[in-house]
Write a protein that binds this ligand. Structure first.
Ligand code: 9L3
Ligand code: MG
Length: 141
């Protein structure tokens, strides 16, 4: 066995499949200047120290999309993970069908409501792409 010389930096990021009444899912385009710029992701962000993942998601949805989500509306769906060169991303995906307010781009990011069967047409970060089959199963293709 080889000794593991570099500690694995684990980064916890939460993401959400926001689903509207037409069964469409919201994708957000990562802005220029950020890592993975131009790719379409399920909205979310990094869990800050002292936060529970659900609290992170509520905060991020408010900051990025201007909507208010209540914790019981967030149902855990599955996990994604991806090993980048400098860290390992662990990303629980939640589903959310109920929120207050209108979804708007608070940080200048492009937003798109996408039918499940059209998700594959949007280039995604490597952690997000493997989540598509779960959503197709859940929402129908
Ligand atoms: N990330 C991947 N897919 C997502 C989200 C919300 C985030 N659906 C990745 C991109 C970055 C890291 O997580 O490598 C942290 O995200 P951010 O804080 O740069 O948005
Ligand atoms: Mg984010």
């Amino acid at each position: 066995m080889t000794a593991n010389t570099s500690p694995l930096k684990l980064t916890l990021v939460v993401a959400v499949a926001l689903v509207d009444t037409d069964n469409r899912i919201l994708l957000a385009q990562r802005p220029q200047g950020k890592q993975l710029a131009g790719l379409w992701e399920f909205p979310g962000g990094k869990v800050e120290p002292g936060e529970r993942p659900e609290e992170t998601l509520i905060r991020e949805l408010h900051e990025e999309l201007g909507i208010t989500v209540k914790e019981p509306c967030l149902a855990p769906l599955t996990f994604a993970s991806h090993a980048y060169e400098s860290f390992h991303l662990l990303m629980p995906l939640y589903i959310c069908r109920r929120w207050e307010g209108f979804v708007q781009s608070m940080e200048g990011q492009a937003l798109k409501w996408v039918k499940p069967q059209e998700l594959r047409g949007y280039p995604m970060p490597p952690a997000d792409e493997p989540l598509i089959p779960f959503l197709l199963d859940l929402l129908g293709s």
